[in-house]
Each structure stands twice: as C-alpha cells, then as structure tokens.
Design a binder for this molecule. Structure first.
Ligand code: G6P
Length: 596
C-alpha cells in the first residue's frame, strides 16, 4: 500500500526512481511524486494519476540523490497537493511515507499553533514539520538523525519512510509497521518498500526491523534503533528473477499469473511430498485448535482451509477476519495454532493478528508468498507458497497456492497422512493445466455477462469458499456487484434479488452434493436467472437448465475446489477486459494493504 523508492550514488537518480515507482505501482496508484537534491536545494515534482503521468512532466535534470512515492490515498483526496513528497515550511526537508500517523490531528494542531503552515490534508505532512521543529528548536544541534528519531518517537501509528534534506548528501529511512528494504549496490544504495523496485539494480538487501532507522550514503549505511542503540542486520540475497516481475507476452499480469498456476502449484509442492508422505518442517506441537487469520482473498482460502483441516486432521478450526481478531481479545492457549495466511506477508491487520497471538502465548505459523516479509519473520515457523511474484492486484496464483498449502498443513496435522490425497496432489499441477484450457469458453461466457450489474456465485461444502472467491474476483476488477453464498443460503434472502437474466454461477462438481446443487439451480432458474454451471461431467439435465455449462477435469473432492476456482478467475479477467478496464490496477484498491 503506497510504494517508496530512493537512490543515492553517482548515476542519474530520476530514471531509477521512475523505474522503481513503476515496479511498485501495484501497491498504490492514485498519485505520485519524486524529490531530488540539486545544487539549489530540493526539487519536487508531483502529479495526480499514474507514474506515466508523472514521467511526462519530469524536467530535464541530473541529480544523484532522490526519493519517490506512489500513493494509495488514506488521508486526503488523491490530488497533486496531497501526493508525496511532503515538505516542511522551508522546503528543505522532504518526506515520503507509507502507513498512517494516528495522532496526526493533535500534532497538526500543535504545530499549526506554533506557526507551521500546512499545504495538504495528509497525515504525512506532520512528519516533515515535526522533523523541522526538532531540527530547529529540539536541542538536536542540527543533527538530522537525532531530529528524525525525536520526531518519530512523538508519532503513534505506522510508518515506512524516507527523508531528504537539502543540506545533506544522505537518505534517512525508518520503519515501524510498514516495510522498508535497503538495496546495496556498488558505490550506490537504494531504498524501497518492496523488493520488486530493487530487482534490476541489486540482489543484496537488508530488511529494516520495526523502530529502526537507517542512515544511507552512497558507500555505506548504518542502522540504529529509534531509541539510539546500534543494530546489526544480516544482508539477504533476493531470490526473485527479474523476468518474473515482467509481463512477458501477456496483455496483463493477471492473465500471466492465472496461466502460471500449474508451475506455481508445482513449486508449492516441490520437495514437500513423497509417494506417500508430506515433508514439511513446521513447529506445531499438541495442537488442539487451529485459528486461521487473513484478509480478502487469503481469507477465502482460509474458509477452504477450515473445512480441509477439520476433515483431514480432525482438529477444530475457525477462520477470523484478521482485522477483527486483533481487537477481539480472543481466547487463546499454548495449544492453539494461529495461522496467518497472506500473499504479501505485510498486510497490517494480519501482522497485528499474529502479534496478538504471540502475546497470548499461542503457537504461530505463516502461509505467505513473499520471502522475508514481516509476517514470515515474526512467526514460529511457516510454509512459503513459492508462487513467484504476484503483481496484479487481484490475487490468483497465490490463492491457488494457499489452498494447496492448506491441504499440506491439514495432512501434516493429521495423525495418519491420507495416501489418497497425497497421490492426488501429485497430479494437481497437470490437472490445473488441463483446466486452463477452458479459457476461450470463459471468454465467451464473460462477454455474454459483461453488461450485467450483479452476479451471484453458489457452491456447497468446500466449494462455498470458492463461491466467495469467485465473487470477490469479479467485483474487484469488473466493478460488477457480486456476492458468493453457500448454495442453500440463497433461499434465505438473496433469492429476492433474482430476475430475468441475472447471472448465477454455480459450482456443481459431480460429487455427493450434485443433486442438492441441481435443486438450487432449479430454484434460481424458476426465477429467471441465467445459470453458468461449472461441472466435471456431461449431464443432460444440467444442459437443459444452464445457459452455459463448463466442464473441467475431475480430481478427488478435497482438491476439486482448486480446479473449480480457475474458470472463475478467467471469468473475472475476461469480463474486466471486455469492459476495457485496467485489470491489474482496479480503482480504489491496492495490492499490499499495510494500513489498518
Ligand atoms: C488486498 C488485496 C487482496 C488480498 C488482500 C490480502 O485487499 O487487494 O487481493 O487478498 O489484500 O492480502 P495478503 O497480501 O495478506 O494476501
């Protein structure tokens, strides 16, 4: 959520900043800006809109030190004035910031009283003025590091930030709650909120911890805590390949990521299953109860996870909204395993939920995609998805890898590993590949419903989780109102909305609930709905009832939902494409939500 980049070295910083911003643009894309240090001071260029809009107005300048920001608005509309960087009264301090300053209103009132003049509606602007105040009247003797530290200690809330001073050939960066990564180059240094921005430039990175501050020069850097102690941080090597963060021949990242699912799932499973056993090493002992915490699509994966853990491992499992769990004062014990599921590993609510679990003495585990992310570093143990970078805001391959990992976890927690499921896992990747062959049909179906204003998704059992996921996918990228329901719930309210031509997507695999699902279809059909059935076998009765019948490969019931989800991803993708929308960067959303 919001992207930060910074550069200090001997190269021209502007192309590097703009390139870095492009690479983290998926984190927020309503406005953007850069600040570079030139001989006369700090030069700031900002624009509402995308990085491409900003690029058009950047003047011809050469500067070897700069910071940049791409914004997802929290406080204040996405206007040029509210875009970062924000400065102090003198224009000699510039700040880019991710996160939320919770006590900004009080701080702003006090600073205004003291004579500071604010230009924007943002919470961020208090930071530049607070730093100015500490530098001029805070007894810091003009020491910028002390001034930043003192300012940040007055702040409640979260930040990942970078600061430039017109008088200093350095970048000061700090973190509490929002990621900040330092990239170490040859006589040059980079800062970013996301490793994606660093990939073309360096593989050597340092992850700042909470309440740490980095003083960054071209040839070296030092990290200290906000309270003043020294901090030694390990240098990590980025494992991501640059090609993985580029679109290749695909029109959109979402399309590429949907098509990458066979490989992504194979990577999730690689080395973790033998002929008859699961080989994952996680720290979980005497688990009596499992709680899955997550947000958005990751939470939909957890709804599947609950059922699969209960049925395969026989352990009572619940699913919580991470945002609710953190404040719910949950009853936890050392025999509770709290599992955070997250693509980014940075979602603020999910991270806070894990901290709550740790404080209360529970065992913690993470199922995350981004290696080295905050959540992965705070849990007792974890399962990396190894899905590769996911750039499109709408999550696809990460979700299928989450479902797969939750099956692995269920098998691991089970006293007798289920040979039937393990055998089927070996063929999952190829079954996903076969399922993707439905893409052209889904494109036709999508074109037939692209004009609609609402749609429902129905499923039962494990497939109810997939119905929720189908709905969120469609609504987030096509802006069509969509809801998912356990099929039988339709008659308790939603059915009132059905009318002629209302699309209802029904997940109806050939399983023990087939006839129950068929009854749900009858009920919808009787009210004029247009049925889109995702099934596994030809059935004349279904053909009579449904406008579209999509037949996908059949696998064991425990894994079938992973296949059933694929046509729904394709449906959402093709509807958004048919409507000419910005598939990868849907309005109002962001990929990695690092604010509450
Ligand atoms: C955002 C994204 C969703 C994602 C959710 C959780 O809302 O738009 O696609 O499912 O965050 O993200 P996480 O990184 O924790 O999986």
């Amino acid at each position: 959520m919001c992207g930060i980049v910074g550069y200090i070295g001997s190269r021209d910083s502007i192309p590097i900043l703009l390139d870095g911003l492009h690479r983290v643009e998926y984190r927020g894309y309503d406005s953007a800006g850069i600040c570079v240090r030139i001989p006369t001071g700090l030069q700031i260029i900002k624009r509402a809109g995308r990085i491409s809009d900003l690029s058009k107005v950047v003047p011809q300048l050469t500067a070897t030190l700069g910071i940049g920001h791409t914004r997802w608005a929290t406080h204040g509309e996405p206007t040029e004035i509210n875009a970062h960087p924000h400065t102090d009264c003198t224009g000699r301090i510039a700040v880019v910031h991710n996160g939320i300053i919770e006590n900004y209103a009080q701080l702003k009132e006090q600073l205004t009283w003291e004579g500071h003049v604010f230009m924007s509606d943002t919470d961020t602007e208090v930071l530049s003025h607070l730093i100015e105040k500490e530098l001029t009247t805070g007894g810091t003797s003009g020491d910028v590091l002390t001034a930043v530290k003192k300012a940040l200690l007055k702040v409640d809330g979260s930040f990942g930030l970078a600061v430039l001073f017109s008088s200093e050939n350095r970048i000061v960066a700090a973190r509490r709650g929002s990621p900040v990564i330092l990239g170490i180059g040859k006589e040059e240094m980079f800062v970013a909120s996301d490793a994606a921005a660093l990939l073309p430039y360096t593989n050597n990175v340092v992850y700042l911890e909470d309440n740490q501050l980095a003083d960054i020069h071209a040839n070296d850097y030092t990290v200290t805590t906000l309270h003043g102690g020294a901090a030694e941080l390990a240098v990590h090597r980025l494992q991501v390949l640059r090609s993985e963060t580029e679109r290749g021949g695909f029109k959109h990242f979402m399309q590429k990521e949907i098509m990458e699912q066979p490989e992504a799932i194979a990577n999730t499973l690689r080395g973790r299953i033998t002929e008859s056993a699961i080989k994952i090493s996680i720290l979980a002992k005497d688990v009596q109860r499992v709680i899955l915490v997550a947000c958005g699509s990751a939470r939909n994966a957890c709804l599947f996870g609950k059922q699969i853990i209960e049925s395969l491992a026989g352990i009572s499992t619940s699913v919580e909204f991470a945002s609710e769990f953190r404040y719910a004062d949950p009853v936890l014990s050392s025999r509770t395993l709290v599992v955070a599921v997250s693509q980014s590993g940075e979602t603020a609510d999910t991270l806070a939920a894990i901290r709550e679990a740790t404080t209360k003495g529970s065992q913690t585990l993470a199922i995350v995609n981004v290696v080295g992310s905050s959540i992965s570093r705070e849990v007792d143990s974890g399962i990396y998805l190894h899905a590769g970078p996911e750039i499109s805001v709408a999550s696809t391959k990460a979700v299928s890898c989450m479902l797969t990992s939750l099956v692995l976890l269920a098998l691991h927690l089970s006293p007798n590993q289920n040979a039937r499921v393990i055998t089927a896992l070996h063929s999952l990747s190829s079954a996903v590949k076969e399922t993707l062959a439905c893409a052209p049909v889904m494109q036709q179906v999508a074109e037939s419903i692209a004009h609609c204003t609402s749609a429902f998704f129905l499923g039962r059992g494990l497939h109810s989780a997939i119905a929720f996921e189908g709905a969120i996918k469609l609504k987030e990228i096509s802006y069509i109102h969509a809801e998912g329901f356990p099929a039988a719930e339709m008659k308790h309210g939603p059915i009132a909305l059905l009318q002629k031509g209302f699309p209802v997507v029904v997940l109806i695999p050939n399983d023990e609930l087939y006839l129950k699902n068929l009854s749900s279809i009858q009920e919808c059909k009787a009210r004029g709905a247009a049925i889109i059935a995702i099934t596994t076998r030809v059935n004349p009765e279904l053909n009579k009832l449904a406008e579209h019948v999509i037949i996908i490969p059949e696998i064991i019931p425990e894994l079938q939902p992973i296949l059933s989800m694929i046509p729904l991803q394709l449906l959402a993708y093709y509807v958004a494409s048919a409507k000419g929308l910005d598939v990868d960067k849907p309005r109002n959303l962001a990929k990695s939500v690092t604010v509450e």
